[in-house]
Every structure is written in C-alpha cells, then in structure tokens.
Design a protein around this ligand. Structure first.
Ligand code: E4P
Length: 214
C-alpha cells in the first residue's frame, strides 16, 4: 500500500519522509490556506524533495477555469497531479486532461457511481472521503471496497486514494479493502506506529537487563 501525506506543511512532510513513509502528498485549498503561504511556492517546495505524486487542487468551478488553472499548475513540477472536484465540469476537465496526458486526482467522491464516472472519464486517481461520509452516518469503508471491486471488475487503471482518514481503524480497513493508497494527515501518523504495549515492553526489557547487570 502506498502512503501519501495529507498536508501542505513542509516541515511535517520532511520529518515523515525521513522514515521512508511518504510515497506522495495530497493538498487541498483548506490545507494550503492553513499554511499562510503562496500556493505555487508551497507546491514547488514539496515537489523539490518528494518524488512521488503531489496533488494540487484547482479553485475554479467551471471547466474552462479548471483547465486554465490546470495548464499552469502542470508546469510547476513534473510530479504535480491536478486535483479536480467531482462535478460535471470536473469530469469534463478530467477527460480533457487525460487526452493531454496530464495526471488527475478526482476529489470529493462520496458514492460508488461518482467514482465509476471519474474512472470512466480517465481519472488517474479517485479520492473517496471516508471520514466525512462516516460523519453523516454513511459507511466510508463500504464505499472503498465497492470502488475496489468496480475498478477490478472492469480493469480500470485508476487508483483509489482513501481520503479524509480520521483514525487508525480507517487506515487498517483501507488496507484490508485493498485500496491502492491512503492519504494520511500528518497529525495522525505517530498514532500509527505508537502502541502502549510496545512502550511497556521496552521498559520491562530494560529493567530486566539492568537488574541482571547488578
Ligand atoms: C484529501 O485529498 C482530502 O482533501 C482530505 O483527506 C480531506 O480530509 P478532511 O475530511 O479531514 O478535511
């Protein structure tokens, strides 16, 4: 399974990249706004040390605006991926970018039908938002496994990026469901490797070792 970091915080990405856990990065307008930095500058800095795909989202809601933005963003770095919302205009732009060989990440996917539309339009990646779906009483992980089956059934090359991950369970279930990628908030990552029994085990081993040395 590939891990993307779901953040626009460069320090956070650098720290986690040193552990070999960063295969790519996803950003969105909220994450970039939180950093208070220029959009292009942040994306280019991330792309300077992350060799995998780095998603940068368009702001326009009309296909022509999305395509104008995409044309510019695509020149920022060779590994940049254009992130587009799942709307009719977004699908149009996804299809047009596919013809030009530009990689896309279709975001804000909340149903299997939406994911299928994006795959058919030529999306490189689709991002089902499991946390936001669970928040309103839906079943985010059922959506992920349905999308996995659909892409497999029809041999689509589109990859699933499980997004809006809120818990360790989300990540574990995404892996069990066979999702290609999980995009994980930097703040959640330490919880993925920390376990109280690991800490207790280290303490016990050290105590026994020190006792035997007396
Ligand atoms: C990633 O592509 C999404 O933008 C992100 O995972 C959304 O997460 P949130 O629902 O926690 O804002």
């Amino acid at each position: 399974m590939k891990f993307f970091l779901d953040t626009a915080n460069v320090d956070e990405i650098r720290r986690i990249a040193k552990l070999g856990l960063v295969d790519g990065v996803t950003t969105n307008p909220s994450l970039v706004a939180k950093e208070g930095r220029d959009f292009k500058e942040v994306v280019q800095e991330i792309c300077s040390f992350v060799s995998g795909p780095v998603s940068a989202e368009v702001i326009g809601t009309k296909a022509e605006d999305m395509l104008r933005e995409a044309e510019d963003i695509a020149t920022w770095a060779p590994n940049v991926v254009i992130k587009l919302p799942l709307t009719e205009d977004g699908l149009y732009a996804t299809h047009a970018l596919k013809q030009k060989g530009v990689k896309t990440n279709v975001t804000l996917v909340f149903s299997a039908a939406q994911g299928l539309m994006a795959a058919k339009a030529g999306a490189t990646y689709i991002s089902p938002f499991v946390g936001r779906l669970d928040d309103i009483g839906g079943d985010g992980m059922k959506l992920v496994s349905d999308l996995r089956d659909i892409l497999f059934n029809y041999d689509y090359e589109t990859e699933i990026i499980v997004a809006s991950i809120r818990s360790i369970r989300h990540l574990e279930e995404a892996a069990v469901a066979g999702a290609h990628i999980a995009t994980i908030p930097g703040s959640l990552l330490p919880a993925l490797w920390k376990h109280p029994l690991t800490d207790i085990g280290i303490e016990m081993f050290l105590a026994d070792w020190n006792k035997s040395r007396k």
